[in-house]
Write a protein that binds this ligand. Structure first.
Ligand SMILES: Cc1cc2nc3c(=O)[nH]c(=O)nc-3n(C[C@H](O)[C@H](O)[C@H](O)COP(=O)(O)O)c2cc1C
Length: 173
């Protein structure tokens, strides 16, 4: 089974998850940043990683996802919000919705990733009541995000992708 892993990452969080996913597939897989990624041609599985930007896949990942045809596709992502939040589920759904109908989505994984401290500094300047203004709850979320992805996240990503690999090995050779 030939696997292509493509990731879009500004500050390295999603790249870390991509590298963990790569370990699952070993030598049979190719790993590329989205800026250098080939099309999915010739691959059985294309795993695409993105960072969540305003509730969906970031722009570069969006373009890559929209170009895929007739592939088994797995998605992984990092975001500042909690991975079990409605926002995380919605962001993953929004990214999946970019896929052409000829593709098949075989699995997804999402975890927290530290938010760029420069962005948090900007949030601190926002007036009270602004949706991104910092209150105790949001500050706690940023502090938690700052610890991710951690070794537990990477182990979870590997488990999810081991399962995807097992599932697909039954139908591709
Ligand atoms: C411009 C910008 C927009 C973002 N939008 C969201 C968002 O809508 N929801 C969210 O949970 N996190 C958001 N984040 C946080 C990132 O998704 C998160 O920090 C991610 O792990 C960054 O991944 P990277 O290190 O691979 O670039 C945003 C970050 C930036 C810089």
């Amino acid at each position: 089974m030939k696997t292509l892993i493509v990731y879009s990452s500004l500050t390295g969080n999603t790249r870390q998850v991509a590298e963990a996913v790569h370990e699952v597939f070993g030598l049979a897989a190719d790993l590329f940043p989205v800026e250098q990624a080939p099309t999915g041609e010739g691959y059985d599985l294309v795993a695409v990683g993105f960072w969540v930007d305003r509730g969906t896949a970031d722009k570069k990942a969006q373009e890559y996802l929209a170009g895929l045809r007739n592939k088994q596709v797995a998605l992984f992502a990092t975001l500042g919000a909690y991975p079990d939040s409605e926002h995380a589920a919605q962001s993953m759904n929004n990214a999946a919705a970019l896929l052409d109908e000829s593709n098949q989505l075989t699995g997804t994984f999402i975890c927290q990733g530290k938010v760029d401290p420069r962005l948090i500094e900007q949030f601190k300047k926002l007036p009270e009541g602004h949706p991104h203004g910092l209150n105790a709850e949001r500050l706690a979320r940023h502090q938690e995000a700052a610890k991710h992805p951690d070794s537990v996240d990477l182990a979870k990503a590997k488990a999810v992708f081991s399962e995807i690999k097992g599932k697909l090995q039954g139908i591709t050779v």
